[in-house]
Design a protein around this ligand. Sequence first.
Ligand SMILES: Nc1ncnc2c1ncn2[C@@H]1O[C@H](COP(=O)(O)OP(=O)(O)OP(=O)(O)O)[C@@H](O)[C@H]1O
Length: 235
Amino acid sequence: MNSVALKLDGVTSGYRSAIVLMDLSLQVNKGEAVALLGKNGMGKSTLLKSIMGFLPKKAGTVYLHGEDITRMPPHRIARQGIAYAAQEHALFADLSIRDNLRLGLAGESLFQERFDAIEPLFPVFKSRLPQPAGTLSGGEQKMLLLARALMMRPSVIVLDEITEGLQPSVIERLANALLREREQHGTTMLIVEQNVPFALKVADRYLILKQGEVVDQGEARADGAVDSVFAHLRV
Ligand SMILES: Nc1ncnc2c1ncn2[C@@H]1O[C@H](COP(=O)(O)OP(=O)(O)OP(=O)(O)O)[C@@H](O)[C@H]1O
C-alpha cells in the first residue's frame, strides 16, 4: 500500500517560455493535509494547475497514489479521484445548483446520498437547488465549488484560495467542513491559501513557496507557526 498520495519530483513548469516552478519536489502523505502558502505571484496556483494537468510539465514527474500522471489530460487526472476547486470560478453558470453538484455522479440515488451528507454544511443550497449557479453570490459560488468537490468523495482534494471573499463565519464553517471530511473519510488535502489562520487550522503541515521553490516548512499546529509563516509573507 502506497503511503504517499501525491508526489512531485523535480517539476519544472510555467507558461510558454516563462518558467514559474523550478525543479520543485514535494509530497503529501495519504490522509495528510498540507497548506501551500506564499506571497502573491510565487507560483501556488501554477503548481496546482500543473498537478491537475492544465499546464504541461517541462521536466519532472507527478505521481498520484504511485501512478505517473505527468502527461495525463485533466479529465483523466480527475477520474483518478482528485478533486480541484480552482481559483477562477469553474462552475457552469447556466446550469442549476443541482446539476453542478450532480456532475460526475452516476445516478440520482448517489446524488441524494451524497447531497444528504454535505447538506448540513451548506444549508443555503437545499431550498435553491433549481437556481442557476451563475446567479449565486461570489461567496455562495465558492461554497458550491467546495460542495461539488466534496460530493465526489475524492481521495485527494486540491483547493485554490477557497476562502477568498468570504465572511469570517462562512470561513469558519468551511474549516469545520474540511476537518470533518478529513476525520470521516481520511481525505488527503493540498490547500493554497492567503488566509493563514484558516490554512493552519485545517492543515497538518505548511510549505512556503517563494519564486517557484519550497523555502520553508513546518508543523501547522506548532507553537510559533503563525509567526513563522507571517515572517515569510512580510519580506
Ligand atoms: N496564463 C499565464 N501566462 C503567463 N504568466 C502567468 C500566467 N498565469 C500566471 N502567470 C505568472 O506566473 C507567476 C505565478 O503566478 P501564480 O498565479 O501561480 O501565483 P500565486 O502564488 O498563485 O499568486 P496569488 O497568491 O496572487 O494567486 C506570476 O508571475 C504570474 O504573473
